[in-house]
Design a protein around this ligand. Sequence first.
Ligand SMILES: NC(=O)C1=CN([C@@H]2O[C@H](COP(=O)(O)OP(=O)(O)OC[C@H]3O[C@@H](n4cnc5c(N)ncnc54)[C@H](OP(=O)(O)O)[C@@H]3O)[C@@H](O)[C@H]2O)C=CC1
Ligand SMILES: CC(C)(CO)C(=O)C(=O)O
Length: 307
Amino acid sequence: MKISIVGAGAMGSLFGGLLAESGNEVTLIDVNDAHIGAIRAKGLRLATDGGDRQVTVLKALRPEDAADLPDLLLVFTKTLHTSAALSGVRHLIGPNVHVLSLQNGLGNVEKIAGFASPERILIGVTTWPADMVGPGHVHSHGKGVVRLMAADGIERPFVSQVSEVLTEAGLDCTSDRTVWAAIWEKVAFNAALNSICAVSGCTVDELGKVADGSRLANDVVTEVLSVALRMGIDVDPAKCRANVASAIAQHIGHKPSMLQDILAGRRTEVESINGAVVAAAGRLSIELPVTETLLSLVRLAEVRAIA
Ligand SMILES: NC(=O)C1=CN([C@@H]2O[C@H](COP(=O)(O)OP(=O)(O)OC[C@H]3O[C@@H](n4cnc5c(N)ncnc54)[C@H](OP(=O)(O)O)[C@@H]3O)[C@@H](O)[C@H]2O)C=CC1
Ligand SMILES: CC(C)(CO)C(=O)C(=O)O
């Protein structure tokens, strides 16, 4: 399959590297010149449980230099850059191109809908982890899965083909129509751990050092998933609270991306996580006091961080 990935940072490079190694025609598209330049010069250095190697069978381009129309455009920018990134590759989104988002947060389909027709949008969620080590160098340790579906819920052969291509690349993908529950459960997980760590400066495991950390995280999960349940989405709050507890027990020293963004003086994805949930709750007249307070505190932390 011909696959272009816009936003080829940690996750885009992981997916791109594995998809290229399994025989797909992959183009990484990014605005980070140091990263693109390093990949063009030496290939992508990809360190996974499968080994530390240089992937050279892929292209790396700036958006304005990409010309070949792909079969699939995978969006892997941070959510606050989605619209700008899709504008930059608008010339690649021909009438037969499908666009897939596996980004965190809510509102991804709505953003893509400004650039692709509804039947060509795929949406999903992934539990694979990845980190940028430096330009042209990404690592990912541990295992993950991908779940995806057509955004309009209609099963089409192309969705199964994408799922097969991702699985052949070792990314363990399934396609089914219950993906929205997984997306909301991941949003609840991120709203809890990422925003609490971003405003407190704690690593994930440090949330377990006093009772307040786990209590706050559980309150956020309960609030966020109450919105999903009211929308008729079949989420499992107990399972999600158990996932949060296991992250607090096991993610020793891990700084969630929202904390990393604050420490690096960048804006965060909070608007598409806590912000989007609070907006959805408002439309249903549901109050989310803890999630909304954390949203306000992250917004204040962003002001300080980018000053
Ligand atoms: N990392 C992880 O473990 C996981 C991340 N996710 C989600 O995946 C998404 C991507 O995360 P991650 O890979 O960590 O993010 P990164 O910041 O590592 O990568 C994003 C890339 O997009 C680039 N970019 C920014 N603006 C544009 C643009 N206009 N056009 C093209 N490229 C652009 C960035 O460049 P620059 O650096 O110059 O800004 C960067 O290289 C997020 O939604 C995240 O929440 C989901 C699961 C796990
Ligand atoms: C693992 C997780 C989801 C929170 O601990 C994270 O690190 C992130 O989204 O940045």
